[in-house]
Write a protein that binds this ligand. Structure first.
Ligand SMILES: [Zn+2]
Ligand SMILES: [Zn+2]
Length: 408
């Protein structure tokens, strides 16, 4: 029968119907293929909040799954990429949004857009662009969300309805893997039930533990086991982070805090200041970004000059510069954005900081912008997607683009 032209035709049509005719949706001008879970296995996006490349590097000896992806598909020159074709893995550093905080970055991940489009800067902001997850739900996909924090859940469930969510109660930061543990159990018990999952961890663990301690090696070792479970379940998964984390301390272990209020008061400038990191959690009381609204716009040059001369302050930008340079929205009611250096945070209004028993660790600056990215699939991945990653063109908010579009 193999020589029968009619038979060959049928085979070709079947191939067409499973490859080129795959349905897709367009969200915020980006196209996403709709996965066919009954054929391909579930697709899982994971945000390891607060995880920097240093966390992964420091625990890699305890992460056999992640190490395997790096050794077979890690960051390479485009000319070397042909070696990796067919393995369904890729891995390399990507850039997130500055301010390097949880909310703008998660809004970017779920909408696939930059901050000037979704306009989320503060924890209470609602995304102004459409959710990729919600659009997938409208086209018939079932969605699983798993995240430990109500604030993050409210954000990432934007436009979703009747979604299965797990919100584990956490008593200790080392429980912070439980959203992923719970999701892996659900996927194991119901392998065809969830087409797409989004799992966003909390960053309380990373606020507490440095990348070089034993607790961190143990934490990321457990994470790696869970990724191994996902690959056994035939899942396609993509992992990134919203932002990294750095120690923000003086030589004596106290927070290295800059009091913007005092600095501006000392030169006679009237202003209000806001801190986008604050969401009521103690670990988010101090971060490395602040926004200033001046009473009198004529004070701007004087304020910018004084702030730029302040040790520990990486830069102060006027509105036209932070909108153009960092893609922040024009609608933002602020005249100046200040960003600390790797070691500095901005003090609260009264200059106080929380009584932590551990070196103060936080985020918000450019130093926490670069985060890891890893993808693993049972199918080969497109060369175009490998090349984009190796050229440094990928952002953390391309998570769903990779997860849904990178497979052949
Ligand atoms: Zn975070
Ligand atoms: Zn944080």
């Amino acid at each position: 029968m193999t020589g029968d032209p009619h038979h060959l035709n049928i085979i070709r049509m079947r191939r067409l119907s499973t490859t080129t005719a795959r349905a897709h949706i367009v969200v915020n001008e980006n196209s996403y293929k709709i996965p066919k879970t009954y054929m391909e296995g579930p697709h899982v996006g994971i945000c390891l909040s607060g995880t920097s490349q240093a966390h992964i590097d420091g625990a890699l000896h305890n992460m056999p799954n992640w190490s395997r992806v790096i050794s077979s598909a890690g960051f390479r020159l485009p000319s070397e990429l042909h070696d990796d074709q067919g393995k369904g893995m890729l891995c390399g550093p990507v850039a997130g949004i500055v301010p390097s905080n949880t909310y703008p970055n998660n809004a970017s991940i779920i909408t696939g857009t930059n901050i000037d489009s979704h306009k989320v800067l503060f924890p209470s902001d609602t995304p102004q662009s459409d959710s990729v997850l919600a659009a997938l739900q409208h086209s018939g996909c079932s969605i699983l969300l798993s995240t430990p924090e109500t604030n993050i859940r409210n954000l990432v469930s934007h436009q979703l309805s009747l979604v299965d969510t797990t919100i584990p109660k956490l008593s200790d930061p080392s429980d912070d893997l439980s959203p992923l543990t719970d999701a892996v159990h659900l996927l194991k018990d119901n392998p065809k039930k969830y087409d797409i999952s989004y799992i966003c961890l909390s960053d309380r663990f990373q606020h507490k533990y440095s990348e070089l301690c034993e607790e961190s090696a143990e934490f990321y070792g457990r994470l790696d086991l869970l990724l191994g479970e996902l690959s056994k379940l035939n899942c396609t998964f993509a992992v990134t982070s919203d932002h990294g984390m750095n120690e923000k301390t003086n030589y004596n272990g106290q927070p290295r805090s800059i009091n913007i209020q005092k600095i501006l008061e000392s030169i006679g400038v009237d202003f209000t200041v806001s801190f986008p990191i604050r969401d009521g959690e103690e670990c988010h009381s101090l971060g490395s970004t602040a926004l200033i609204k001046l009473q009198d716009f004529n004070d701007r040059e004087k304020a910018l000059k004084t702030l730029r001369d302040t040790p520990g302050l990486y830069t102060a930008l006027g509105k036209e510069d932070f909108c153009r340079g960092l893609d922040l929205p024009q609608s933002l009611d602020a005249d100046i954005l200040v960003v600390g250096d790797q070691y500095s945070v901005f003090a609260s209004e009264d200059g106080s900081f929380p009584a932590h028993s551990y070196p103060f660790r936080s985020h918000g600056s450019f130093e926490e912008q670069v985060v890891p990215f890893l993808m693993q699939s049972p199918s080969p991945l497109c060369t175009e997607y490998r090349t984009r990653l190796s050229k440094g063109k990928v952002r953390n908010y391309h998570l769903f683009d990779y997860l849904l579009n990178a497979e052949h």
